[in-house]
Design a protein around this ligand. Structure first.
Ligand SMILES: NC(=O)c1ccc[n+]([C@@H]2O[C@H](COP(=O)([O-])OP(=O)(O)OC[C@H]3O[C@@H](n4cnc5c(N)ncnc54)[C@H](O)[C@@H]3O)[C@@H](O)[C@H]2O)c1
Length: 265
C-alpha cells in the first residue's frame, strides 16, 4: 500500500512506543521518514527496523525542548529529502512521581512539562510549516491525550499541557488552512508502551482495562494507524480535530463497568 507515497514525514519520539510504531507504519505506506529522538541509539534502532523492512529512514538526534535542536532537525530533513510534508509532534508526557494533585505537584516538573509538550509542539510546527507551505500543503499531527478531556486526582500538569496541545492544534488549523496546511491531534487512551508499563502499578492497568468499552488496552500501532490516516490525503478535508483513540474510555458512563458486572450471564 502506498497511501503516503512521495511524502516526507518527521516523527519525534520515534525511538520508542507509539512514535516508533507510527514511523514504521508511515514508512510501510511509502513515506520517507525522519525518526527523531533524544535517545540516539533508539532512533538508530527504529531507522534500522524501517530499512530492514525495505523503507527509507533517517535517524536524527533531537531534544524537542531546545529550539535550535528542532531547527536543525527540520533543516536536516529538507536537506536530506528535499521537502517536508508531515510533522508528527509526538514527544510529551510528565513524570508521574512528581506530577501530583494541585497542592502537592512539583512546579519545576510543571515547567518541564510545558517545555516537553507545549513549547515543543508549537516550535516544531513553527519551523516545519514554512516548508509545508512551499510544498503546497502539509499535515501537522500533535499528540494530545484523553487527559486533556477529563479531570483526574493526579497528573494536574499532564492534563493542562495536553489541553494546551489541543488548543494549539486548532490555532494552527485556522491560521494555515488557507495554505492547505492541516493540523489535527490524536488523543490516545491507555496504550501499552514502555512509558505506561514502567510507570503504572499492575492494579492501575487492570482498572484502566475495566474503564474501556473495548476489552483491551491499546497497542502502539492503534495510535500509529490513526496517525497514518491523518498524514494521508484520505483526511484532506479534516483539520483542527481531536481524534480520540481510547478504546471507548472517555465516552462511556462511569456506571457502565459496574452495570456490566451485574448483567445476567
Ligand atoms: N502510552 C500511553 O498510554 C499514552 C497515552 C496518551 C498519550 N500518550 C502520549 O504519547 C507520547 C509518547 O508516549 P509513548 O507512550 O510513545 O512514550 P515512550 O516513552 O515509549 O516514547 C517516548 C520517546 O520520546 C523520547 N523523548 C523523550 N523526551 C524527548 C525529548 N525532549 N526530545 C526528543 N525525544 C524525547 C524518548 O527517548 C522516547 O523514545 C507522549 O506525548 C504521551 O503523552 C501516551
Amino acid at each position: 500500500m502506498e497511501r503516503l507515497k512521495d511524502k516526507v514525514a518527521v516523527v519525534t519520539g520515534a525511538g520508542s512506543g507509539i512514535g516508533r510504531a507510527a514511523a514504521e507504519l508511515m514508512s510501510r505506506e511509502g513515506a520517507r521518514v525522519v525518526v527523531a529522538d533524544y535517545d540516539t541509539a533508539a532512533a538508530a534502532e527504529s531507522a534500522a527496523l524501517i530499512e530492514k523492512a525495505g523503507g527509507l529512514a533517517l535517524p536524527v538526534t533531537v531534544d524537542v525542548t531546545d529550539e535550535s535542536s528542532i531547527a536543525d532537525m527540520i533543516a536536516g530533513t529538507v536537506r536530506e529529502f528535499g521537502a517536508l510534508n508531515v510533522l508528527c509532534n509526538h514527544v510529551g508526557g510528565t513524570d508521574p512521581r512528581t506530577d501530583l494533585d494541585l497542592l502537592r505537584m512539583d512546579m519545576e516538573e510543571f515547567h518541564r512539562a510545558v517545555a516537553r509538550n507545549v513549547t515543543s509542539t508549537l516550535l516544531g510546527a513553527r519551523h516545519a510549516i514554512p516548508h509545508m507551505i512551499r510544498a503546497g500543503g502539509g499535515s501537522v499531527i500533535n499528540t494530545a491525550s484523553v487527559a486533556a478531556l477529563v479531570g483526574d486526582v493526579l497528573q494536574t500538569s499532564y492534563g493542562a499541557v495536553k489541553a494546551a496541545v489541543v488548543s494549539i492544534t486548532k490555532s494552527i488549523a485556522v491560521q494555515y488552512g488557507p495554505q492547505n496546511v492541516r493540523c489535527n491531534a490524536v488523543a490516545p487512551g491507555a496504550v501499552m508502551t514502555p512509558a505506561l508499563e514502567n510507570n503504572l502499578p499492575a492494579g492501575v492497568i487492570e482498572s484502566l482495562k475495566k474503564g474501556n468499552a473495548l476489552p483491551c488496552l491499546g497497542a502502539p500501532e492503534d495510535i500509529g494507524h490513526a496517525m497514518v490516516f491523518l498524514a494521508s490525503d484520505e483526511s484532506r478535508y479534516l483539520t483542527g480535530q481531536l481524534l480520540v483513540v481510547d478504546g471507548g474510555m472517555t465516552m462511556q458512563s462511569s456506571a457502565a463497568p459496574g452495570r456490566r458486572a451485574q448483567l445476567p450471564a
